[in-house]
Ligand binder design. Structure first.
Ligand SMILES: C[S@@+](CC[C@H](N)C(=O)[O-])C[C@H]1O[C@@H](n2cnc3c(N)ncnc32)[C@H](O)[C@@H]1O
Ligand SMILES: [Zn+2]
Length: 318
């Protein structure tokens, strides 16, 4: 007869075990954070990684990139519009031959090219991967910007696009609004609109075909909590509609179902990290009990020193 397991987690399915693990994992810097994340812009609680400063959207982008990575062994041009310092290394890891970081220069972010999304200094059909997060809501003529994205994407090219979006509404916009009004209506002094459902009509009218994904659709609810991503925050995976009939040379099907399959490997890795921590917690507890049992006296002190050393190593202090 097998002795009953003393580990109360042992028989629980992985999803339940995950729930009992109240820490956060940042997919951008790859660190486990032993408390809630820091507040994000506007005081949004539990949003920003205290280690690297990533926000929810960057953490989901990190996962999207790791799911897409195996399908992009030979990346030519990667265009990163309005680059974020902690995301740049993740993009560099994809090994593009040309990694072009572009921004209008409204702030001091590090770029290779100062330029506008509405007039990209790149040839037609030259870009393999384009990342454009939280830029279009800044651009008065967003349709020009979308047309430029469609123009530069190559036949297998994929764009990852995100904007602040309120489903079930129409886009509220006014490029002539003053800063106070922009803040009130669009959430930031330098935003000229808040997108609603017609965002997708604009994409299509500008020559882009798209698939939408959300963290919930590919990761599930519990993993969203652990990774602290916003479950229903949409990302649009766009392609030039001129090429939409040509299947992309991606092994990963960029739909939620396809991506969910590709995510499995990534999630397995995350589960491993979590497993190691659970194990080290159990091991720490075992050592603590040994330490208590050692009592006093010379031998006990020697045992205690050894146990402390091992515990220190286990907790990363050795
Ligand atoms: C909120 S930041 C986005 C940062 C980053 N992509 C992220 O997701 O955290 C918006 C950026 O868009 C840039 N921007 C605004 N209009 C632009 C345009 N027409 N072309 C290129 N960049 C533009 C601004 O300079 C600013 O750096
Ligand atoms: Zn981080």
């Amino acid at each position: 007869m097998t002795a009953p397991s003393t580990d109360r987690h042992a028989d629980a399915p992985p999803a339940q075990r995950l729930e009992e693990f109240p820490r956060r994992f940042c997919g951008v810097c790859g660190r486990v954070v032993r408390r809630e994340f820091k507040p994000g812009p506007g005081g949004r609680p539990d949003a920003s990684c205290p280690r690297c400063g990533s926000l929810e959207r960057h953490r989901f982008l990190a996962l999207l990139l790791s799911a897409l990575q195996p399908t992009m062994p030979d990346l030519g041009v990667l265009l990163d519009v309005a680059p974020t310092p902690h995301v740049t290394p993740l993009l560099a890891r994809l090994g593009p031959r040309h990694h072009v970081r572009l921004d209008l220069g409204a702030d001091n972010r590090l770029v290779d090219v100062l330029g506008s999304l509405t007039e990209l200094p790149l040839p037609d059909a030259s870009v393999d991967l384009l990342v454009c997060y939280h830029v279009l809501e800044h651009v008065p003529d967003d349709r020009s910007a979308m047309r430029e994205i469609a123009r530069v994407l190559g036949s297998g090219g994929v764009g990852l696009v995100q904007v602040p979006f309120r489903p079930g509404t129409r886009t509220d916009e006014d490029p002539s609004a003053d800063e106070e009004e922009r803040l009130r209506r669009f959430g930031q002094r330098d935003h000229v609109r808040y997108y609603g459902d017609d965002f997708e009509d604009r994409l299509v009218e500008s020559g882009l075909a798209f698939t939408r994904v959300t963290p919930r659709s590919v990761l599930g609810e519990r993993m969203c909590t652990w990774l602290k991503v916003v479950p229903d925050e949409l990302v649009w995976i766009v392609r030039s509609s001129a090429n939409a009939a040509v299947p992309p040379p991606l092994e990963v099907d960029p739909t939620p179902t396809g991506l969910a399959r590709a995510f499995e490997a990534t999630l397995d890795e995350l589960t491993l990290v979590r497993g190691r921590l659970l194990d080290s917690r159990a091991e720490t507890e075992r050592l603590r009990r040994q330490l208590e049992a050692a009592g006093s006296g010379w031998t006990a002190r020697r045992v205690a020193r050894g146990v402390r050393r091992r515990a220190g190593r286990l907790l990363g202090r050795g």
